[in-house]
Design a binder for this molecule. Sequence first.
Ligand code: FRU
Length: 499
Amino acid sequence: MSTELMLERIQHAQNVIEDNRDVVQKGAMRQKYHFMPEVGWLNDPNGLIYFRGKYHFFYQYNPYDSFWGAMHWGHAVSDDLLNWTYLPLALAPSEDYDDHPQGGCFSGSAIEHEDKLYLFYTSAANVGNGVVQNQSMAYSEDGIHFQKYDNNPVIACPPAEYEQADFRDPKVWKHGDFFYMVVSGKKNGFAKALLYRSENLKDWEFFNVLAESRGELGYMWECPDFFPIQNNEGKEKYVLTFSPMGVAERTSVYLIGEMNYNTGKFNYTTVGTIDWGMDYYAPQSFLDAKGRRIMVAWANEWQWMPWWQDWGPTYQEGWCGSFNLLREVRLDKDNRLAFPPIKDLENLRSAEQQIKDLLLTDEIFLIPTNDGTIFELQMTIDLKKTTAKQFKLKLRCNETLETVVTFDLAEQMLQVNRDNSDNWSKGISKSSLLLQDDEKLDVRLFVDQSSVEIFTDQGKTNHSLNVFADNTQNKNYLVVEDGQLFVHEITSWKLATNV
Ligand code: FRU
């Protein structure tokens, strides 16, 4: 019975997608090589998994509007992590516990067990006594058609004194004889990562508070993820990532430490930021077929919510939201994480343009970037031969608009300013800038129709942001105002589009 209602809702949503697809696909601001919704609104990546030879990508999805609403799970598959094929939606709200305009099938994760694919998600509803969030399960034989478990929710309420309205985003994994689940919870105004365990994926017991904020890391950790990682000397650590609420601009945090499976406690020693930019939220990771840990995030942030600012300009085109580029997660021997874009992206490159040993003195240099709107750029600055205290990259410029990336070598700061990017976006993101051995600075950046992603220090310091530039904004400059800049190498490529 309940399966029927979900199937009906999925079919209805598919019809709406079908009816709107052709018009929405024409939108001028649509991304060219980033994954995005066919029509409508998308937020967090969910349930990423390599299952039976294909990559499955699920996501928070509202097919009915280009803003947030009752949450469905969108679904796409890929063979190469670059090109994605949309499949019918995996989950739709259909039960008392998840059928609500302000609720639905919230974020979660996937796990394979006995050749079946299991999805764990937060079922969110309000049956008159306030918002109730709890954890539910769905499963599939073929990885395409899902059925909700009859005894949902599998975790009906958080431990005593925790808030029922802030109990969400289960990430499930297996270790030894047990399945484990980390879920975000809130108690006394502080964020807690709650650890559950189970022997059969159906019956879950609360184990311990895996890690928590005492105020310094906010009041709620959305979309926690937890995984082991080894550095290249084979030393294993554990990593907890989440998007904290209540910590101003920090939208994606990682903690590195040791996991004790006897007590269920994670003792962390390192706190870092995955991305300092304005549009990197709710990252989730998975293992690919080669054993790489890959991470992807929603290229947005809740600033977009109407009670905050605006719907964002793309809603006029019938869509909103895309995912950041997939990144690999690596642990270096200094116990820091790096998030370089996956190597597979090199397969998109063509039309290489390279300049070597470029000396710029107080000048504005037009960088060759093919059409200037869809490209990758890599550059190495020789710091020994550079006297300028700072230099800038001005991206997606026309006569009046520009996105300004300032590399302050004297103060060792990196700043991205989009106050004058597109007559809509606002904000400045800032981080420190690592100058490797005071000898060189590596910069890599990806520009798509509506986004800029900047990686420095081999992916350890990153800024991702949306820029809704039109195609008159197709000039990209290197600007040196107070001395000499020695560019050892600057290379750009056109990137293949998959739309
Ligand atoms: C994060 C989030 C999650 C929630 C989902 C709802 O962006 O708020 O905590 O499960 O979005 O769509």
